[in-house]
Ligand binder design. Structure first.
Ligand SMILES: *[C@@H]1O[C@H](CO)[C@@H](O)[C@H](O)[C@H]1NC(C)=O
Ligand SMILES: *[C@@H]1O[C@H](CO)[C@@H](O)[C@H](O)[C@H]1NC(C)=O
Ligand SMILES: *[C@@H]1O[C@H](CO)[C@@H](O)[C@H](O)[C@H]1NC(C)=O
Ligand SMILES: *[C@@H]1O[C@H](CO)[C@@H](O)[C@H](O)[C@H]1NC(C)=O
Length: 146
């Protein structure tokens, strides 16, 4: 029993990622005209960093761009408004030390950034008025005599 327990402990303490980014997930889309969501989990809340900065990379940018400062890691979620960016894919975010951006805590998979607003789930009531308007847009065409 002891060897199994020890092996378990070793596995835990050897886990490289302290913070795991859940969203944006691989292939997800961030819409620029809205606040964008991110979320993550802590693996060791006692020892994980208390806060981090969020850097955005890729998408043809010259270098990483900071999009959030001093995000409290215990929240495990955050929303932010993106700066002006080029829409595209291959973007990634990383969580880094607030005073030393070379120290990376976590990195996301590649995702997309697009123009527009995140689609919301539409209520079904919108379809009801469709029957009335059949001929509304037919122009008054005078039929030429033959
Ligand atoms: C993370 O955010 C995504 C997108 O908003 C959501 O679908 C997912 O349920 C969230 N996961 C957690 C664990 O909060
Ligand atoms: C962040 O970086 C600073 C400066 O290198 C260092 O003193 C500090 O311990 C780091 N914080 C964490 C949580 O690793
Ligand atoms: C998004 O914002 C840009 C810049 O403000 C604007 O040109 C564009 O029309 C907006 N798109 C949508 C879908 O609101
Ligand atoms: C068609 O003609 C009627 C009567 O002149 C007018 O009230 C109506 O606005 C016209 N519709 C269009 C689409 O031009």
């Amino acid at each position: 029993m002891f060897p199994a327990l020890l092996a378990g402990l070793t596995l835990l303490s050897g886990a490289a990622a302290e913070i795991a980014i859940l969203y944006p997930s691989a292939g997800a889309t961030w819409y620029m005209n809205d606040t964008v969501p991110l979320n993550w989990t802590l693996t060791q809340p006692q020892t994980d960093p208390k806060e981090f900065r969020v850097l955005l990379s890729g998408g043809g940018m010259a270098g990483p761009q900071e999009i959030a400062q001093q995000v409290p890691s215990a929240n495990e979620q955050y929303r932010l408004l993106l700066p002006q960016l080029n829409p595209g894919d291959g973007y990634t975010i990383s969580f880094v030390n607030t005073t030393n951006e070379a120290q990376e805590y976590a990195k996301s998979n590649a995702f997309k950034i697009e123009q527009g607003i995140a689609p919301t789930t539409l209520s079904s009531s919108g379809a009801a008025s469709a029957t009335r308007s059949v001929n509304n847009n037919v122009p008054n065409v005078s039929i030429p005599p033959r």
